[in-house]
Design a protein around this ligand. Sequence first.
Ligand code: ADP
Length: 567
Amino acid sequence: MNPSGQTSPEEWGEQMDDKVIVDLLGQVGSLFTSSLELKETINFMLRAAANLVMFDTASVFLLDEDGRHLSAFATYPFSENVASVAKFALGEGIIGWAAEQRKVVSVADATKDRRFKSLDMGYAPKSTLVMPLESPRQLLGALTISRREIQPFSSLEQALMQVIVSQAAISVDNARLYSNQKRQLAEIAQQKRELEVANAQINEISRLKSEFLANMSHELRTPLNAILGFSEILKDNLVALSPEKQQECLENIHASGKHLLELVNDVLDLSKIEAGRMELSYDRFDVLSALREVHNVIRSLSERRDIQLTMEVVPETLEIRADKSKFKQVLYNLLSNAIKFTPQGGRVWVDAHVSDEDLTVTVGDTGIGIPREHQNKIFDEFYQLEQTTRRVEGTGLGLSLTQRLVQLHGGRISVESEPGHGSRFTFTLPLTGIDVPAVHDGKRILIIEDNKSNRELAQMVLGAHGYVVDIAIDGNEGLYKARHDAYDLVLMDIRLPGMDGLTLTRLLKSDPKTATLPIVALSANAMKGDEQDALSAGCIGYITKPIEVATFVEQVSEFVRQRDAKL
Ligand code: ADP
């Protein structure tokens, strides 16, 4: 015993009988190899060290993933101290030095050592032993044990610690490999799940396409049958017909021809929107007159099925600025559906009024309704509900076209419905913010964006305003296109798979061939520093996603104007 009542290292060493040491070392070996959990391994190492060697505190530092810093992972005996223990750069302090040099350091008084850097444990460690934690594969960190008094660690103690540390290093390495493996397995499982979802989506799309083709051929055949049949009767005088019957035949042929045209137009409109080539032709008109025009076309349908059709516009003189024919098309699609899916004697109504900055139009019916689980899907192309009671004509394109036309105007569409009680489709169109757009014929924009919906929306909106839009779905394709084609502006998504948007921007800016090409960041990152990062990389502006359709075109046009002014 020394005067402070503690056993001195020498006395302690003498008290240790050989058998105890051999037993302990045996335990060390078996326990280290059995655990694959990092925390457990390290806690055991500290406990084993405390059983074999006397010290006041111990800390274990692990090398960060960057390989340049050592962070405290565990402390002993007060594990809660971990958070307050300093982090060292490799080479910094005694610990950093020992790890970097991969050398054991034993000092009688750490505070006197020129490399000393406080661990902030509430007291200054005196005699200190630092050992690098090193597996045959790599440096993993360091272990340090200290005493409050000057009592240097003996060579026996150092040798014991060396055994523990060497064993622990292998276990730590294994634990890390194991946790990496676990992470990789989890990633693979996640990728597998994503693939399964993507696969299911592809199958669903393919199913819908086949269904659409079958539907489409049926839809084409029905009016064609009528046209061919009736025209044959008239052409070859197959049946003796009264003049009235002949007139009926002609009207039937005419109506079937019109139906065919509508069908073909729907398909063409959709493919135009898909390709970003649908242009809106803005006009100022009053809502009531547009509604009346649609009413005139659709009235015969409702009368035939004895459906009461009413319309209300508040205020009656309400005017909007939009593409009138597209506005009428939206109303026509919604109204013809409402009539189609409402049984004889039901009611269909249109209500248009101003709410906030929008025109809100509701088309309601007392028809068969739509179950909740189908309400989102009916806006998808080709989607139709199974109609068990009767065959209803249609191609499943009407609502998807309607939704896109509303979006092109900067509006939204939604549905509320209860099976058996009818449906209400509501769409809005902004009353302000949309001015007659300038035509940007020939201005070429490259959108580099990996997300399909974002891409399509931007392409659709810009295409509708006369821009020629090209698409790249990742950084490499973007780089190739920017180098090989001429553009007036690039809209660059920041989070791209592979090469990210900032790297690509820097690359384009550093290449004399593309350095003058204006790049605008298009990003969902809403953090403060993100805009600065984009500007530093060389972007001339920053547009946040989701884009505001009404202002998006204006923002883009302003960037294009700035470029034109520079040329
Ligand atoms: P189509 O009418 O040509 O089948 P749409 O895209 O217009 O295609 O509509 C898709 C589907 O949504 C319809 O087939 C129908 O099942 C459902 N639907 C649309 N409008 C209504 C409505 N008002 N009431 C009930 N179901 C509707």
